[in-house]
Design a protein around this ligand. Structure first.
Ligand code: MCN
Length: 793
């Protein structure tokens, strides 16, 4: 079935209420911490209070004698049991042809700690209280070392060095594009716009913190790990194959209801491995639930780039070339996907929506004494969009063009379009998104609103951002060509029951995205069923054949496509059964709206009759047809999907206090075919709110001297609240994706990608009359006020 036929099916484009919400709203959801197993004990991790220190000794004796304690494990136990370190990177080679440096990442620190929060020991006791009390008694003798937390300090000669394997803190250099061509284009430019900016470090803060329970079953010599995780099969594969050396089938990973992840729950964390390893060693089930302060320290953070970029333009404001150098902070160790974020997921997006003929991007990645940095909603693509959309708006101001005109002049308008940085966009209509956004934002009356603000003593500004992103991670052929270790296909199994209802087993994992509803819409639409007849099972390696999980806004386009493939097989087999029932040839059978008909006749049988016949065969041609109606398919996309759009933000700034208020925010996005508009709208609202959070409020701050995380709680790390965001004005343009059978493009990250530059461009537009030219995120009142004072001076 092609994407255009698919979009016409019933339930596609319907805002069905979310099936999963009944259990969530009535308190029947089951999160990892809700689960209680027999003989369950509790783990508490002893974490480093130092950013950088040698460990002279870990004295466990007092803790081992404390009430209820059954075990205290540290790096020496890990070494004695020969448990390997965490696997660390999705990318192997740097552009100088050298392997990137992959220093060991032990599951419990051995000899040295490298960031505040680094795990030193795990205490296991009968109750959480006893475990906490005993953890206080673990006496670690540290020899503190100088620390380095800022990437600009880490690269200096003589900077404190974290790893023997990377003495200068440098992990890799990676580049894409033709430097010679770019340099040549710059030499003929009429104008060059330059920018230096920082993409601020963020803490992901899902509502449910990380949690896990591991249990070991002596009878079968196997393990079960419940874990708040976005990709249980990948967790199992990495843990068994790379760390614990167990046969994969001996570990069952179950990710039950998960209260948000935003990327932070796709990595293999040390805690999950420690629990699984210790559950056999101590012969019990062990639960660990992260508390919020611990999450600030130990969840992988996002972003943290320092970038210099230059855009060359001709005399008409057309882009000739783009040259970028980024220094990326990787934190203390390589986290699972961290190497892909500032490279494959960042540099390849720097063409944006524009016909820039030459682009060269160079990335240096560095270790620092901070929490590891990895994917956070958008992962690389927000960083790319922020850079590009900031410099494009700056170029508009420098060349006297309006923010929309400079973009329109440079938009790609013909597809497919091959960018100079590896990606090939299949479809899009960027001018249409811009036009619709201008209309919804009522840009024709902006000057009146600006005058009204001025009358109140406020400065009004508008900011544009036209983003594109690559979702549907990750086509093996494209990712592999860029240096990734593996592509990321997806698996789906469709099991039709004798009564005609259906259970779908998907490798995608829903942790807020509403898959139980939208995937059911897809299957019900194809089979002519009511969505209530379709149940979705996910998040369990014991029930789902295989899966690569949910991130990179891939689930509907890759996971949904795998299910569509399985449905193709179901339909083909069901047609044979229908042909048998109607005593006709397979080729004469047609299927639509849940009915099989014989072409040109009024003969028909229902999907339910066919399902029953599959399991209760009657006069069945067993020599030609197997009983049963159950099919599995794998799907590896041939390309990414390319959601794109224009966001317009309008702010009022109080010049006396530096307070920024977003007055209106308009987002027009192209997500291809939309399955459930209500769910998509919710995804966009969430993403925009997180993007606004990055632009105005959120920032992980490490003390540059001591390496302490200063913003280690919600008292110091400001999350966006309802009153920080306006009522969003949303619109859509639809150009269906041509490389998956649903025509969908991912929507889960778009809001967080498009919005930050729109906000900062708006703030700078408002401040322009005061002479403020530059501002880094977050544009907090103190930063804005300071920038105003500096400009005045
Ligand atoms: N959808 C649709 N039509 C489209 C595109 C998507 O109806 N054209 C629906 C999908 O069927 C799905 C939802 O929208 O129900 C999101 O789909 P998709 O864009 O495929 O994204 P994923 O399901 O793969 O979700 C991942 C994405 C990412 S990468 C982050 S980070 C993120 C996000 O989703 N984390 C979230 N949204 C989140 N929402 C919540 N509540 N919690 C998180 O942790």
């Amino acid at each position: 079935m092609g994407a255009s036929d698919f979009s016409q099916l019933p339930h596609i484009g319907e805002s069905l209420k979310r099936k999963e919400d009944y259990r969530f709203l009535t308190g029947a959801g089951q999160y990892t911490d809700d689960i209680i197993l027999p003989n369950m004990h509790h783990a508490v991790f002893v974490r480093s209070p130092h950013a950088h220190a040698n460990i002279r000794k870990v004295d466990k004796s007092a803790a081992l004698k404390a009430p209820g304690v059954i075990g205290v494990l540290d790096g020496n136990d890990v070494a004695a049991d020969k448990v390997a370190g965490l696997p660390c990177g999705w990318l192997i080679t740097d552009t100088a042809g050298q392997p990137m440096k992959e220093p060991p990442h032990p599951i419990l620190a051995f000899g040295k700690v490298r960031y505040v929060g680094d795990h030193v020991a795990m205490v296991v006791a009968d109750t959480l209280e006893n475990a906490k009390n005993a953890a206080e008694l673990v006496d670690v003798d540290y020899d503190p070392l100088p620390a380095v937390v800022d990437v600009r300090d880490a690269m200096k000669q003589g900077a404190p060095s974290l790893h023997e394997a990377a003495a200068d803190n440098h992990c890799y250099k990676w580049a894409i594009g033709d430097k010679g061509q770019v340099d040549a284009a710059f030499s003929g430019a009429a104008h060059v716009t330059k920018i230096d900016l920082i993409n601020n470090r963020l803490a992901p803060n899902p509502m449910e913190p990380r949690a896990a329970i591991a249990s070991y079953n002596r009878a079968g010599d196997d393990y079960t790990l419940y874990v708040a995780n976005q990709n249980p099969h990948v967790e199992r594969l990495l843990m068994t194959a790379f760390v614990l050396g167990l046969p994969e089938h001996k570990v069952r990973v179950i990710a039950p209801d998960v209260g948000g992840g935003f990327g932070a729950k796709i990595f293999l964390y040390a805690e999950d491995v420690c629990l699984t390893w210790a559950s056999k060693k101590l012969n019990c089930a062990i639960k660990w639930t992260c508390d919020r302060s611990e999450a600030f320290l130990s969840d992988a953070h996002g972003r943290d780039h320092v970038t210099h970029a230059e855009l060359a333009l001709d005399k008409d404001g057309r882009f000739l070339a783009f040259r970028v150098h980024t220094d990326a902070n990787l934190g203390a160790y390589l986290s699972t996907f961290s190497t892909a974020v500032p490279t494959i997921l960042y540099a390849t997006l720097l063409a944006g929506q524009y016909k820039t003929p030459q682009i060269y991007v160079e990335v240096d990645a560095w270790f620092t004494n901070t929490s590891p940095v990895d994917a956070y909603r958008g992962a690389g693509r927000p960083e790319a969009t922020y850079l590009l959309e900031r410099i494009v708006t700056r170029a508009a101001w420098e060349t006297g063009l309006s923010q929309d005109e400079i973009r329109r002049r440079n938009f790609i308008t013909e597809f497919p379009y091959q960018t100079p940085v590896a990606l090939q966009y299949d479809t899009g209509d960027f001018p249409a998104c811009m036009q619709k956004a201008n209309e919804l934002a009522e840009m024709s009356s902006f000057e009146q609103r600006k005058a009204a603000s001025k009358a109140k003593g406020l400065l009004r500004g508008v900011g544009y951002s036209s983003y594109i992103e690559a979702c549907g991670l990750a086509p093996s052929n494209v990712a592999g060509a860029l240096g990734a270790r593996a592509g990321l296909f997806e698996c789906g199994e469709v099991r039709v029951h004798p009564t005609g209802s259906v259970t779908v087993f998907t490798g995608s994992h829903s942790h807020g995205q509403g898959h139980e509803t939208t995937f059911a819409q897809v299957v019900a639409s194809r089979l002519g069923l009511d969505p209530s007849q379709v149940d979705i099972v996910h998040g369990d390696t014991g029930r789902v054949p295989f899966g690569m999980g949910t991130y990179g806004s891939r689930s509907i386009s890759v996971g949904g496509a795998a299910i569509m493939r399985a449905l193709d097989k179901i339909e083909a087999k069901a047609k044979k059964i229908a042909a048998h029932l109607m005593e006709t040839g397979d080729a004469d059978v047609e299927f639509a709206n849940g009915e099989f008909t014989v072409k040109g006749t009024d003969k028909k049988v229902t999907f339910g009759q066919v399902a029953l016949t599959a399991y209760v065969p009657h006069n069945y041609p067993l020599d030609k047809l197997e009983p049963g109606l159950n099919e599995t398919a794998f799907y590896d996309p041939t390309n990414f999907t390319y959601p794109a759009g224009t966001h317009i933000c309008e702010v009022e700034v109080d010049p006396n206090t530096g307070v920024v208020r977003i007055d209106r925010f308009t987002a027009v996005d192209d997500f291809g075919t939309i399955i459930n508009p209500m769910i998509v709208e919710g995804q966009v609202h969430g993403g925009l709110t997180q993007g606004i959070g990055q632009a105005l409020l959120e920032n992980c701050v490490y003390d540059r001297e001591t390496g302490q995380l200063v913003t280690g709680s919600f008292m110091d790390y400001a999350m966006p609240r309802a009153d920080d965001v306006p009522d969003f004005r949303l619109g859509h343009v639809t150009t269906p994706c041509t490389t998956n059978p649903l025509g969908t493009k991912g929507c889960g990250e778009a809001g967080a990608i498009g919005s930050p530059p729109a906000v900062i461009n708006a703030v700078l537009d408002a401040l322009a009359p005061l002479g403020v030219k530059d501002l880094d995120m977050p544009a907090s009142p103190s930063r804005v006020w300071t920038a105003i004072q500096a400009a005045k001076a």
